[in-house]
Write a protein that binds this ligand. Structure first.
Ligand SMILES: *Cc1c(COP(=O)(O)O)cnc(C)c1O
Length: 343
């Protein structure tokens, strides 16, 4: 055996049910960017589809097309990183829902031969990552209305992304969002889908749910740093980093995972891992291996659960020790570690 990242698909299914119930009557859009938060896109998308998820948030067009290949024609797949004409063409070809946050893309849409494209227009509500600025919104609506009139676009929705860092900021963002929707209606564009919340606001704040909630982290059981715990949220970690003992010597018990596999070396000496003899301190994290405090009877081949499901600490627990967020720890798990699925 060597180190693996073990993913429990039944736990994932329980989280999906919990998310569905928490955001209802809005629909759950499962966000699967970054290889489904490093759990493995194809397997997780397939299970989610089997569990009844019908919307997927895929980030870019390449990922969106990969999701389409797994789930078939009936799923709705939303993408929001779109580079230009080639991406638009590929997105239309894969029947994706396109999150348009840039007026230049509206011009590009006018030049496509295929279509019509399904457009979700993004209003910038303060994050300034992308999105149409409020002062350009009316112009973007006029451009979109013209595309719809020409049969080049179908107006599907309005969306935004909020910080979820403070309720006050989110309330300001929502006010801009609602104003943008009123302006769209006044311009004759009725959104079928409004969406602005991700995991945190989708769970905590009913008025942010609208029609769709784009939930990544909580679907995978990753709780927010400094926020409510898994039990309170009703979610559970779905993955565990499981290492194997390679040697036992006077220095300690050696494991086959290190910082190159995704364990930040700054965590050396900061936390306990689950061994057959109970919790032991992970004292050293090197590039390709690490060393645990010894125990009586330790043997080559013993399995050690380093973090996540069945361990003493979740990804977010480790993140909090080094002032980051759980996603950061989860996304660092190296693609070189085999994903092993149970359930
Ligand atoms: C990543 C992302 C999400 C999901 O956020 P979580 O906090 O993981 O639920 C939603 N919307 C957009 C635009 C994102 O980039």
């Amino acid at each position: 055996m060597s180190a693996v990242y073990r993913v429990d698909l039944d736990a994932f299914a329980r989280n999906l049910r919990r998310v569905r119930e928490a955001v209802a009557p809005a629909a759950h859009m499962l966000v699967v960017k970054d290889d489904a938060y490093a759990h493995g896109l194809e397997v997780l998308v397939r299970r989610a589809w089997d569990e009844g998820v019908r919307w997927f948030g895929a980030f870019d067009v390449v990922t969106g097309a990969a999701v389409r290949a797994v789930v078939g024609a009936d799923a709705r797949i939303f993408v929001w990183l779109i580079g230009g004409v080639d991406d638009l063409e590929a997105g239309v070809a894969a029947d994706l829902d396109l999150g348009i946050g840039d007026e230049g893309l509206l011009d590009d849409l006018g030049t496509l031969t295929a279509g019509p494209a399904r457009v979700h227009l993004k209003i910038d509500t303060g994050l300034h990552r992308n999105g149409i600025r409020p002062e350009r919104w009316d112009a973007a609506l006029a451009r979109t209305a013209a595309l719809v009139a020409d049969g080049r676009a179908v107006f599907e929705g309005i969306w935004s992304h909020i910080s979820e860092a403070s309720d006050a900021d989110d309330d300001d963002a929502r006010a801009l969002f609602l104003a943008a929707r009123r302006a769209a209606r006044a311009a004759g564009l009725e959104p079928r889908f409004s969406h602005l919340a991700a995991s945190a606001a989708g769970f905590a704040r009913g008025e942010f749910r609208e029609d769709l909630v784009r939930v990544g982290a909580f679907s995978y059981g990753i709780r927010p740093a400094g926020g409510p715990g898994e039990a309170e949220l009703g979610i559970e970690p779905i993955a565990a980093l499981v290492a194997t003992v390679t040697a036992v010597d006077p220095a300690g018990v050696h494991l086959d995972v290190g910082s190159l596999h995704g364990l930040p070396s700054t965590l050396s000496g900061h936390f306990d891992v689950a061994t057959p003899a109970g919790p032991r301190s992970l004292e050293v994290i090197d590039a390709t291996h690490s060393v645990v405090a010894p125990w009586e009877g330790a043997r080559r081949g013993d399995e050690i659960t380093v973090f996540g499901r069945g361990a003493l600490h979740s990804a977010t627990d480790l993140a909090e020790m080094i002032d980051t967020i759980g996603e950061e720890i989860a996304l660092r798990v190296s693609p070189s570690l085999p994903r092993v699925y149970t359930g």
